[in-house]
Design a protein around this ligand. Structure first.
Ligand SMILES: [Zn+2]
Length: 313
């Protein structure tokens, strides 16, 4: 555990996590925690079909992905104290299926560190039963949806029971939004615009659009700006630094820094790499007159208390 100095220029709109709730202050220093709102648990390749595994080679242009998840490795690649929201994912169309019990078992092994979300694929029978069981029997605390990977629209009327349930039981809903390497996953299903009517009908549900909906960040910013309970996470973006710089410039110019949550998308990347990537973005601009990202806002994002914001604290 490392102590990190508190910035004297601590910015507005930031809910920082401090250990022990009240925080540990010593002089000007305070120990802060990172909340990773987006991380995976699964067995690779067991929980994936052959088609998914072959197509995953398109995931990163420069590296061959090893999607094996080991909590010990995850923790080693985090310099600071971390609490993590984990989920598996269900999308029959794309060949991935992680049972909620597997997620619950991983959480049970690290109950002080991990918060688990259930998953449903609403194109499959029994999804409502699985949602109730994941929440009521397994104690999972939110819902992860893969609309594009599973091939459904989040605003489809058939999902009303899901949104009503989430609103009634205060379950945050995190959706993959943004592109994919899977051919049969229809891109249209992922567009942020489809969450606008959901947020209009269910304004109390805390919704997180993953990955700033890359490369549809403009649409994502338009939706998070108009809905108080709709957020975006910045997971799995730092390794496309020019694109992330542009995305965060959109965020800055529209004034929605406070709607971003920190996340990694482990095993696609790690906590340290994500933090370093965010802090390094302005470095690309040296020698240019391009506008800089607000470094106070970047620090606020890294230490934002996503659990508090999502009602999970
Ligand atoms: Zn993910």
């Amino acid at each position: 555990m490392k102590a990190k100095k508190r910035s004297s220029r601590r910015s507005r709109c930031n809910t920082e996590v401090e250990l022990g709730n009240t925080g540990t202050h010593s002089g000007e220093g305070t120990i802060r925690m990172i909340i990773d709102i987006h991380s995976h648990v699964w067995e690779y390749p067991k929980h994936f079909g052959d088609g998914f595994r072959l197509q995953a080679k398109r995931g990163r242009a420069d590296v061959e992905l090893d999607l094996t998840v080991r909590y010990e490795e995850y923790a080693q690649d985090a310099r600071e104290e971390t609490r993590t929201v984990v989920f598996g994912g269900k999308a029959r169309l794309s060949g991935m299926w992680v049972d909620d019990q597997y997620v619950a078992d991983q959480v049970a092994a690290h109950p002080d560190k991990l918060i688990g979300f259930l998953s449903v694929d609403p194109t499959q029978n029994n999804w409502e039963k699985e949602m109730h069981a994941g929440h009521q029997d397994m104690g999972l605390k939110g819902i992860k949806l893969l609309s594009m990977y599973a091939g459904f629209y989040p605003n489809d009327p058939s999902l009303d029971p899901l949104w009503k349930y989430a609103q009634k039981h205060r379950l945050p809903v995190l959706l993959h939004t943004g592109t994919t390497f899977i051919s049969q996953a229809p891109i249209d299903c992922t567009l942020p615009r489809h969450l606008d009517p959901v947020a209009i009908r269910y304004p109390e549900v805390r919704i997180v659009m993953a990955h700033l909906a890359h490369p549809y960040e403009g649409e994502c910013v338009a939706v998070i700006r108009k809905h108080p309970n709709v957020y975006a996470d910045v997971s799995a973006l730092h390794y496309r630094p020019y694109q992330l710089y542009n995305s965060l410039m959109l965020v800055q110019e529209y004034g929605v820094w406070d709607k971003l949550l920190f996340g990694t998308d482990y095993p696609f990347t790690t906590v340290d790499a994500s933090v370093d990537g965010l802090r390094g973005l302005n470095g690309m601009l040296e020698g240019t007159a391009f506008p800089r990202l607000d470094t106070d806002q970047i620090e606020s994002l890294i230490y934002r208390d996503g659990l508090e914001i999502l009602g999970l604290a």
